[in-house]
Every structure is written in structure tokens, then in C-alpha cells.
Design a protein around this ligand. Sequence first.
Ligand SMILES: Cc1ncc(COP(=O)(O)O)c(C=O)c1O
Length: 433
Amino acid sequence: MIAGAVRSGLVERFGSPLYVYDLDALRASQADLRAALPEDFGIYYSLKANPHPVIARTLREVPAPCRAEVCSAGELRSALEAGYPAGEILYGGPGKTAVEIGGALAAGVRRMSVESLSDLRRVGRVATAWGVTVECLLRINAQAAPSVTSIRMTGTPSQFGIDAETLPEIAEDLLSTRGTRVVGAHFYPLSNSRDEESLVAEFRQSIELAASMQATFGIPMRHLDLGGGFAAPYAAAGDHPVYPKLRMELARAMDVSFPGWRDGSVKAYCESGRFLAGGCGELLTSVTNVKQSRGSRFLIMDAGINTFGGMAGLGRMLPLSVDVDVARASEAAGDVVRASEAAGDLARGAEPGRATLTGPLCTPGDLLGRNVLVPDLGEGAIVVIANAGAYGASSGLVNFLSRPAPAEIFLDGGEVVAATRQVNSRIDIKDDI
Ligand SMILES: Cc1ncc(COP(=O)(O)O)c(C=O)c1O
């Protein structure tokens, strides 16, 4: 936990809003996930959660290095910059274009998750033109879904994965597409499941389905990516869940379906973004204006959906955990005093009240929280959005309203070891006109 005084010092130094990541916390989450999985399982880090190369690089440190799972040229660039060997990166996504595939092959990627026969064929055409063979994992959309909780991504019509029931028709084509070699399967049935039973049921189903694909259609299962679904709190205080039975249940299911897996005949992986990266980051944002409107209090902050929470577009609610810090040492001395007094009042037991938290954008959609319990914050107070390490900086609508992107800083052993700011600029492409 970062101390309040340290936070205000960081905001003073790097500006507001500011993402602060603690690499020790990132390593701790990685160790927790490692411990929750069987020893022989590998872990893919899904860069979509946070593609920053410093995060990605930390997750490939020994003793428990992750592999990288990427879904765009930008994520691939980050993974390569972070030092992941191109040959071990898994490249996925339902809409890979020929140009994108060619770019990945040029960078040395040789393993892709394919989401349909047409996707596989496109990979094969580009690979053939390049004179290489791409190892493909067939992403499968299972017919039935054992769990009903969390964010489901299979069991329904979907752009993700090959419908399992179509395998009898297309298995032969899948296995004989030039430029590709099918080496296994990829599943990603759900996301953010706190419920261990659901998680275990989904993994068990995926393992059984993979074994039956091998037995029925002769689809090799050397590389089995079982996906994830490991949960983490998002923009709210708290810790990620623990999954005490998972390790044993996964090993047992693998033993039943793939008896030789422990000697390496099948290499099994799980994937995670939020569980690994969510807890290591927080977003510091400053209150720039406090307004009363028809009986409601609005805290207007310098971070809105441009900085955080573009995922709200997916219908997620964003309950925010608000923390009071001493005011930043801003130029407006009056603001500093007001915010400090507010913090003091709270400490003395003053009642917090409800407020709507908005960002600075000119749209009513720029809401980070409705009716949130907050102390009596004044202008200049720093609001801490906890658990913002995943789908934080990478989910903001940075181009909307053309405001500067926030800085992102990294603490290791309490020291700032890296600081970056994303810069978006337009470049002239008149040569292409
Ligand atoms: C294929 C795939 N892998 C990994 C992830 C990462 O999910 P999470 O951050 O919940 O671990 C997702 C999220 O949507 C996904 O679609």
C-alpha cells in the first residue's frame, strides 16, 4: 500500500491524473496464480489487460516467467520490447488481417490461435507466401456452458472460436490447411469468475472436449491453452480471490483425460490478464471542481473515461473506492487547506456523503461513479482509484476530447524505476493519397 504522503509527492512530480504501479505487488499476484495452478502448467500473460512493456517484462522474470498472449500489432510490439521470444508468443484474435498476420510472421511469431476455418485459411495463405508453417491452436466455442456466472464468451453464437458442433464437418480441412499445423486447442469460456466451482467446471469441460477432439478427429493436443477467468477487483478496494481447490482439480482432470501429460506430451497453459495485473496499479486523480446541482453533489475530477473505464461501454458498472489523501501541493493554496480540512474532518468521524464522480469531458457519459460514498472532498484532493492495474490505462478512450494521456509510473522496492506517458500525434500520410 502506497502511503498518502508518497502519493501526493508523486502527483506533484508527475502530474495528475497518474497511474502508479507497484512491481512488488505484480510479482505477488503472479506468485499467487502460480501457486493456484499445477506445477507443470504454464501461464500466458494477456497483454490486453495492460500492455505496458514494464509490466510485461516484470512478468517474464524468473522464477515464474509468463509467456505472452497478444491480439494486435501494438501488443506484439510491447511483448517484443519486454523481451518475450517471438517464437513463444501466442497471437490471437477473431479478425486477423493478412497484413497483420504478415507483420507478426515478419517479427518471428510462429504460433497463432485461430477462431474459424476462414481465419485458419488466411493464416495459411500468408504463411505459405512467407514459406513458413504456423503452429495453430483451434479456439473452440463449446456447445454447452457449465457455468452461468461471470462474463461468458462461449456457449452462445459468437465471433470467438470454432463452434464445437461443426468439427465433424470441418476437422479434415482444419488439419490439412497448407502453411499451418494444428498443435492443440485454445479455450476462453469466461472472464472474471470469483466462483471457484464455475471455474473448475469450465476447465474440466475444456479438458474433456480437447481429449475428445483428439480421440474423435485425430486433432493433436500438444499445446493446450485452457484460458482463464481468474477474477480481480476492478476500481474497488479488495484483494483477488483465492482458488484453493483449483490446483488439485486441474491436475486430476488432466490425469483423467491426458494420462501422459506430466511427461510433457501435452503442455497445458492458463491465461490471465486481470488477476496478474489488476492489483498492482492505482489511478490517482484530482478533484478539479465540486458542484451542487439540484440537491446532488458532483465531484469533477481530472480523470474521466478518457483515462479510465472505457470498458463502461460494455455495460460494466464502475464502483469506485475513494480514498482521501492530503491535498497535493497545488498552486491554489486555498484548495490545499480545504482538502486537508476535509481529510481531518473525516478522521474525526464526520459523515461521508454521496456524490457523482465525473471526469472533465463534455459528455454526460463521462461518469466514473454514481452515488458514491465519499468524504467531504474539496478541490485539489486526490482521489485514489484502487485496483486499476488491468483495463485501466489500456481501456481509457484516450483520443476522446483530445486531452493528454496520463503518466504511468512504476515503483520497485518503493523507488520510481520507470515513468512514461503515451503521446498520440497525427502524422501526415500524403504520400499515400
Ligand atoms: C482470449 C482471451 N484471453 C485472455 C483474456 C484476459 O482476460 P482476464 O483479464 O479476465 O484474465 C481475455 C479477455 O477477454 C480473452 O478474451
